[in-house]
Write a protein that binds this ligand. Structure first.
Ligand SMILES: CC(C)(COP(=O)(O)OP(=O)(O)OC[C@H]1O[C@@H](n2cnc3c(N)ncnc32)[C@H](O)[C@@H]1OP(=O)(O)O)[C@@H](O)C(=O)NCCC(=O)NCCS
Length: 322
């Protein structure tokens, strides 16, 4: 059977079969065709030769999405040393019988042709599906990555908070907000006059993907109260935002919290706490019952736990040196 295995490039028309394989393999993380279209085919760096397809006796039984940057991510550049695998999936029962191994080998050839030094699983911005591998739910994927020379570099935690039935601004946050106002720091929803200062603030202080995220959220016409800012003397010194989901209407108000950041020299004064608490209040006032974030570390998780967030999932960000 395995003799008739062919690894080839993506061809137009494969998409539905790929989503079927995804849904069989990532059984706890189902995907729609629309999300596949948006995050894979419409990704600016999508490369047909990086999307490897495994066919067994003419049937698609697996795939691997490999990607390198063809266009710079704003001020983060091209990351010429890096390549990413954002997903690998095979039909049930085939992971142990070399289909995934063949996909990996072909992917490594792709990355070598592109002169990459590192291959990451799977934190490609903007269109990662997961920060990394979830070893609890997909142990076989973790084992496969280890077998092919990937090592854990760090861990990302997902957290969820319940906002229903009771959510109100904690008294201690109300106190901090008053104190901040005395120091001329105001926490408020974004207004047009602060759009430029906000983008400048993000550009000067945070990763380019955060900049891209806010830019796209605003370009999509999000509600201004989906973005909260901290302002001091006309300058933005902190912000957070929330949005909806993974399909084309991802930018609508929803339960996904973040990104979230405060200027380094302004941290530890309570600005982050007020931003967070008011953001959750805004989410609750639109009728959302919960809030989640996909990616934080164990130290910052302690901050989130003050607002009811609990760790719900752990991902290992893995890397292989080619
Ligand atoms: C997380 C962040 C927004 C908090 O903003 P802030 O204005 O400093 O928040 P506050 O002043 O209300 O509260 C800070 C408290 O959280 C703790 N804290 C927050 N992040 C922390 C971290 N990564 N490690 C250790 N402690 C942290 C602080 O020690 C402080 O504790 P204290 O109240 O006991 O002194 C800010 O630290 C930041 O911008 N970090 C970098 C970006 C980031 O990690 N964003 C979150 C991505 S998931």
């Amino acid at each position: 059977m395995v003799d008739s295995l062919e690894i080839r490039e993506y061809r137009a028309g494969d998409e539905e079969a790929l989503v079927d394989v995804w849904n069989e393999f990532f059984r706890k993380d189902p995907l729609t065709l629309k999300v596949f279209e948006r995050k894979v085919l419409l990704d600016p760096n999508f490369d047909q030769s990086g999307l490897k397809i495994a066919e067994l006796n003419g049937e698609i039984v697996g795939f691997l999405i490999g990607i390198v940057r063809r266009y710079p991510l704003f001020y983060h550049g091209l990351e010429e040393e890096n390549g990413w695998i954002t997903a690998i999936a095979v039909k049930t029962g085939l992971i142990g019988v070399s289909v995934a191994d063949h996909l990996m080998v072909e992917a490594f050839k792709f990355f070598k042709e592109k002169k990459r030094k590192y291959v990451w699983f799977s934190p490609y911005t903007p269109n990662y599906f997961f920060p990394g591998v979830d070893p609890e739910r997909y142990g076989e994927l973790f084992d496969l990555l280890v077998k092919h020379g990937f090592e854990k570099v760090y861990e990302a935690l997902s957290m969820d908070a319940q906002l229903y039935p009771d959510y109100s601004l904690p008294d201690w946050v109300v106190e901090i907000e008053k104190k901040l106002e005395e120091e001329a720091v105001k926490i408020q929803s974004l207004e047009t006059r602060y759009v430029y200062p906000l983008l400048k603030f993000i550009r000067e202080n945070f990763h380019a993907d955060w900049y891209r995220h806010t830019l796209e959220l605003l370009q999509s016409g999000c509600d201004k109260d989906q973005i909260l800012i901290a302002v001091k003397h006309g300058e933005v010194v902190g912000y957070c935002q929330y949005f909806h989901g993974e399909e084309y209407d991802w930018h609508r108000p929803g339960t996904h919290f973040g990104p979230f950041g405060v200027r380094k020299d302004m941290r530890g004064k309570g600005i982050g706490s007020v931003l967070m608490a008011k953001c959750l209040q805004s989410m609750r006032s639109k009728g959302f019952h919960n809030a989640f974030l996909l990616w934080t570390d164990r130290e910052t998780a302690k901050f989130y736990s003050r607002f009811g967030f609990k760790a719900t999932r752990s991902f290992y960000i893995m890397r292989k040196v080619l």
